[in-house]
Ligand binder design. Structure first.
Ligand code: NAD
Ligand code: GLY
Length: 360
């Protein structure tokens, strides 16, 4: 097992990365300080892993909330079920909420933990590759609104993250690929060597080679932990983690939550960001080809849906947390391995990408 640390002073916490971690109860229990524990999970994950986690917690007073599965349920309405259970069972301020699931459960569980009595202990057990390499680390929590993705939320750090690669065995290939989109992101924004490693090892990752997957999770978490340590609340460098996400969120919102997986939308959005970076004169044609090829190798989509025209894209991209005074700001690439901070882009150039990239 590898242990990485997210260094945030008194809110620092470990990320445990390895195999068969769910069958090591003390990893979990050492971070629980009182008897009341709520596990939040969903209808898909509960039959697979809830019993194992409950087994670790037989000395505790455990309640469970099993939410419906899907991005379309990442709403304030759904979160009410968590508050209802916490209140009905009279959970106190020193109780613990465990999110057992992918990014949807982690984001909702974290937000509920942040809000309930203004904050209770929160532990993350991410069960998708995307959640293990990205969403469970760094404390971004929240829900979607019909007018914008992740628009309601809070920064709330977990007390630990348990990334057990064994649970990825039950993840389907499409979800695994979606997680690889965020893995590729780290290579693009700050780690050219890792990007090159991914170019050489994508077949092994898709074949679920355990050593390759463990390395990819570690490198991703290491990169994410460093960024979060430097800029916890996204006043600077953390925004680079949003490479491709402004385009991607527009694709997710515009196509209806649940149609594209988050990682799929990010893959397309990153290719659009790469195209725009080339139009800015930063990336070469060869760089853009390398980027698109790697996403294709990862079995991810790389072109936007035809139904979203450039006007609709612009409308949707205007609802983004990086924007200031209604002006769109984007993360672009100066080169492979180096992202810009949020930049204003000439509208004409952005429209060229929206109208030309992937539209032929
Ligand atoms: P998800 O949570 O919807 O999980 C994907 C699917 O896999 C679901 O059907 C889930 O039930 C299923 N599943 C989960 N683990 C499984 C397992 N081990 N075996 C079989 N099935 C399993 O999606 P996701 O890709 O994990 O997360 C996407 C969400 O994460 C989006 O809402 C996105 O906005 C959010 N996100 C948040 C951050 C952050 O920093 N907080 C970062 C990136 C993404
Ligand atoms: N996934 C983006 C962030 O954590 O900042």
């Amino acid at each position: 097992m590898k242990v990485l640390q997210v260094e945030l002073g008194e809110r620092s916490y470990p990320i445990y990365i390895g195999s068969d971690l769910l069958s090591q109860p003390e990893l979990l229990t050492q971070h629980i300080k009182a008897k009341q524990v709520l596990i939040v999970t969903n209808t898909t994950i509960a039959p697979l892993y809830l019993a194992t986690v409950l087994e670790s917690l037989h000395d505790y007073c455990v309640e469970t909330v099993i939410l419906p599965d899907g991005e379309q349920y990442k709403t304030l309405d759904t979160i009410t079920q968590i508050f209802d259970t916490l209140l009905a069972a009279k959970f106190s301020r020193n109780s613990t909420l465990i999110a057992l699931g992918g990014g949807v459960i982690g984001d909702m569980g974290g937000f509920a933990a942040a809000c309930y009595q203004r904050g209770i202990r929160f532990l993350q057990i991410p069960t998708t590759l995307l959640a293990q390499v990205d969403s469970s680390v760094g404390g971004k929590t929240g829900v979607n609104h019909p007018l914008g993705k992740n628009m309601i939320g809070a920064f709330y750090q977990p007390h630990c993250v348990i990334a057990d690669a064994s649970v990825l065995d039950t993840l389907d290939d499409r979800q695994l690929a979606a997680g690889l989109a965020e893995v590729i992101k780290y290579g693009l924004i700050r780690d050219a060597e890792f990007f090159a490693w991914l170019e050489n090892n994508m077949p092994a990752l898709l074949a679920r080679d355990k050593t390759a997957l463990a390395y990819a999770i570690e490198q991703s978490c290491l990169n994410k932990a460093q960024v979060v340590t430097e800029d916890e609340t996204e006043t600077g460098v953390r925004a680079t983690l949003n490479l491709g996400h402004t385009f991607g969120h527009a694709i997710e919102t515009g196509s209806g939550y649940g149609h594209y997986l988050h990682g799929e939308a990010v893959a397309i959005g990153t290719c659009q960001a790469a195209d725009l970076s080339r139009r800015k004169g930063w990336l070469t044609d060869a760089d853009v080809n390398r980027i698109i090829t790697l996403f294709e190798q990862a079995k991810l989509p790389t072109v936007p849906p035809k139904a979203l025209d450039s006007d609709r894209f612009l409308e949707l991209m205007a609802v983004d947390k990086k924007n200031i005074d209604g002006q769109i700001r984007l993360i672009l690439l100066e080169k492979i391995g180096l992202a810009t901070l949020p930049v204003y882009v000439e509208l004409a150039l952005l429209e060229m990408t929206l109208k030309s990239y992937g539209r032929a």
